[in-house]
Every structure is written in structure tokens, then in C-alpha cells.
Design a protein around this ligand. Structure first.
Ligand SMILES: *Cc1c(COP(=O)(O)O)cnc(C)c1O
Length: 381
């Protein structure tokens, strides 16, 4: 059996090797390594794919978050509401700008921001909310957008894990992840659903003024070379990465489908151990692109199961072992254990299984068999 990995980017590359290499070679021969033709082409293709009015690429997803906050004019001392159960970048981008992250609790079912708790976190200093579409499923955007509108807050969607996911509003309108907030962001980190072969990121907006600011901020605050109207940063997507992404975007939906098939396989396999293994809950109003397939286990079982699977050559990952409000670097915010019990409990009980576009049935049945075996043995003991 082929070695099981959390992601298998090499096999995926080999299947599209000729196309990728041709696209890379075109850039190498063009000499336009920064802001070359492929950057504009990829931005246009991704803009159409997401349905957003504007797509602006940048150097990575973390920068995209920072650029979003800069473009919205957030200042030191402002507050921004973010979930604590997410990747560090979401809060980090605020913290580096002196903006205070205020942590919201998540729903234990969907792992996404619990919209019921948001209003109580809003103060006079609150400027924005960042919903994270964790693991590939959209946060509940409709109530969130309503709360933001009521209180005059900006919404920055962190769609780093959910490119291609769709949210369905109660009136039937369907919108892609990243296209619903004032600004949406995504990441092209290699292991993301749409990954390049290095770092990359993008921002989306339907607002022309914001698009202009974003483009300038990502490029030293200049529109015209050497004339700097804003304080910006250097955060551009390499032409080489754009050339790779341009090719990979045409395969994104097939990669998502392959991930959905893996998820369906796991769902079915774990029905017989449903008491021990809680499979991912599908939100009513979102599709799921399965950046991760994350199960929940009882109490201490998680770490034992992880070790058992490792011994059987099955890698798993804990996304994330510690919520942001309890991270050392964020102690200055004054949070303590018990402040966000759902997020803290999830960190102790979640486990992400291998899921990617290159998994085969032999690997899947082996993984399912071993997880079921673990619980059967436990029971007999
Ligand atoms: C990956 C990720 C980011 C950051 O993206 P980078 O390109 O790695 O900087 C931000 N938010 C979430 C939720 C992510 O998963």
C-alpha cells in the first residue's frame, strides 16, 4: 500500500506535471518575475470563480489579513472579534497592528464562530468581526452579517481553508466563501485546497475603493511607481506561483470532489462506532470542501487513538492543540483557562484524519479498519 500522508502534493503534481512545467517555463522565459502576466490572469480567473468583484493577490494569507485591516483603516486600540479556535494568523495579523483581538466562542457542532455570543463582545472600540470558515465549511454568515450591519462593523472573512465552499442565504442566494464580507481573504499555502509551491494569498472585495487601497497597500502604498500615497507593505504573489495557481485552479473543483468522496467514505465507515467517534456535522447553509476531516472523540481517547494510529503508520493531526486565548504570546490580553470552554474542550478532543485528492480506497479502508479496531479492542478490554 502507498504510504499514507496527511497531504500528498507530489503525486498531485505528477498528474499535472506537463501543464505546470509549461506554465513555469513561460514565466522563466518572460523575465517578468514580479507582477507578470500570470498574476493578472490568475487574479481574473479566481475573481470569476469566487464571484467577487475584485481579487487582489499577495504574498500569503497572513499578509492578506493584515492588508485587509489596513485597508479598512483599523487603528491601534481598535477591537476586532475573532474566534479563539482557529489558526494563529487570524489574531496575529491584528496583534501586529496593535489591534486588540477579542475572542469569541465557537459552536461545538460546526467549529465555527458562535454568532449568538457575538453581540455581548461588542464595545465602543469594536471595528470588525473575522469569521473563519474552519476546515472548509462557511461560518453562519447571514446572522453574522446582520449583527455587523446593526452595529456598523466591518466583516473580514478568513476563507484560507474554504476556497470553493458556498454559503446559502435564507432567500436562496448562493455566495462563495470570501465574497460575502467587506473583504475576504484566502491562502495558497501548499497544503491548502488551492495550494501553490511556496507561499501565496489573496483578498476579495466587492468595493471598488477598498480594492484600490488593497492593491496599493500590498505594493508599498503606490499606484504610480515611486509615488507613495499610503503606508503599505511589500506583499506580492510571485509570477511563478501565479503560473502554478492558474493551472491548479482549473482542477480545484475536482480536488474538492475527491475530498468530498473521502469524507463520505469516513462518514459511512464510522457509523458503527458513532458513540465514540463524532463525525463532522454539516452546516445546513454551507457546502463543505473538507480542507480537514476532523472527528471528535471522548475525553482522553484522542491522544491514545493518535498514538495507536501512528504505530500503524497512519498520520493524524490536531488542529489546534491550544486555543489562541491561552497561547503564551497572547497572555497580555488577560484571558485564563475556562474563559472559552467550548474552544478549550475542542482542542482536547479533535483529531484530523488524512484527507486529500490523491487518497485511494485501499488506504481509506485500512484507516477505517484500524480506527474501528481500536474501539473494538478497547471494548473487549
Ligand atoms: C493558513 C491559514 C491562514 C494563513 O495563511 P498563510 O498563507 O499560511 O499565511 C490564515 N487563516 C487560516 C484559518 C489558515 O488556515
Amino acid at each position: 500500500m502507498k504510504k499514507i500522508e496527511m497531504v500528498d502534493l507530489v503525486t498531485q503534481y505528477h498528474k499535472i506535471e506537463h501543464e505546470i512545467n509549461a506554465s513555469i517555463n513561460e514565466v522563466l522565459r518572460s523575465g517578468a518575475y514580479i507582477q507578470g502576466k500570470s498574476v493578472r490572469e490568475f487574479e481574473e480567473h479566481l475573481r470569476i470563480y469566487t464571484g467577487a468583484t475584485h481579487c487582489i493577490t499577495c504574498a500569503n494569507g497572513t499578509d492578506a489579513l493584515q492588508i485587509a485591516m489596513m485597508a479598512l483603516g483599523l487603528n491601534p486600540g481598535d477591537e476586532i472579534i475573532v474566534p479563539s479556535f482557529t489558526y494563529i494568523a487570524t489574531a496575529e495579523a491584528a496583534a501586529v497592528l496593535g489591534i486588540k483581538p477579542v475572542f469569541a466562542e465557537v459552536s461545538p457542532a460546526t467549529f465555527n464562530i458562535d454568532t449568538h455570543g457575538i453581540s455581548s463582545l461588542i464595545t465602543e472600540k469594536t471595528k470588525a468581526i473575522i469569521p473563519v470558515h474552519l476546515y472548509g465549511q462557511c461560518a453562519d454568515m447571514e446572522p453574522l452579517l446582520n449583527i455587523a450591519k446593526q452595529h456598523g462593523l466591518y466583516v473580514i472573512e478568513d476563507a484560507a481553508q474554504a476556497i470553493g465552499a458556498s454559503y446559502i442565504f435564507s432567500n436562496g442566494t448562493v455566495a462563495k466563501a470570501g465574497s460575502m464580507g467587506d473583504i475576504g481573504i484566502t491562502s495558497f499555502f501548499p497544503s491548502k485546497n488551492l495550494g501553490c509551491y511556496g507561499d501565496g494569498g489573496a483578498l476579495f472585495t466587492n468595493n471598488d475603493d477598498l480594492a484600490k487601497k488593497i492593491k496599493m497597500i500590498a505594493n508599498h502604498g503606490q499606484e504610480r511607481k515611486y509615488y507613495h500615497d499610503m503606508i503599505g507593505i511589500n506583499s506580492r504573489l510571485d509570477t511563478l506561483q501565479a503560473a502554478i495557481l492558474k493551472v491548479k485552479l482549473t482542477y480545484l473543483d475536482s480536488y474538492i470532489n475527491a475530498r468530498k468522496n473521502v469524507a463520505q467514505y469516513y462518514d459511512k465507515a464510522f457509523v458503527e462506532i458513532a458513540e465514540n467517534v463524532k463525525t463532522p456535522v454539516r452546516a445546513e447553509n454551507s457546502t463543505h470542501v473538507f480542507h480537514q476531516y476532523t472527528i471528535r472523540l471522548n475525553g482522553m481517547e484522542r491522544d491514545n487513538l493518535k498514538i495507536f494510529l501512528e504505530k500503524n503508520n497512519i498520520p493524524t493531526m490536531v488542529y489546534y492543540p491550544l486555543p489562541i486565548h491561552l497561547q503564551k504570546a497572547y497572555t497580555y490580553l488577560g484571558y485564563k483557562e475556562g474563559d472559552l470552554p467550548v474552544s478549550e474542550q475542542l482542542c482536547k478532543t479533535v483529531l484530523s484524519l488524512p484527507i486529500h485528492s490523491e487518497m485511494n480506497d485501499e488506504q481509506l479502508s485500512y484507516i477505517a479498519e484500524k480506527i474501528i479496531e481500536y474501539y473494538t479492542l478497547e471494548y473487549e478490554r
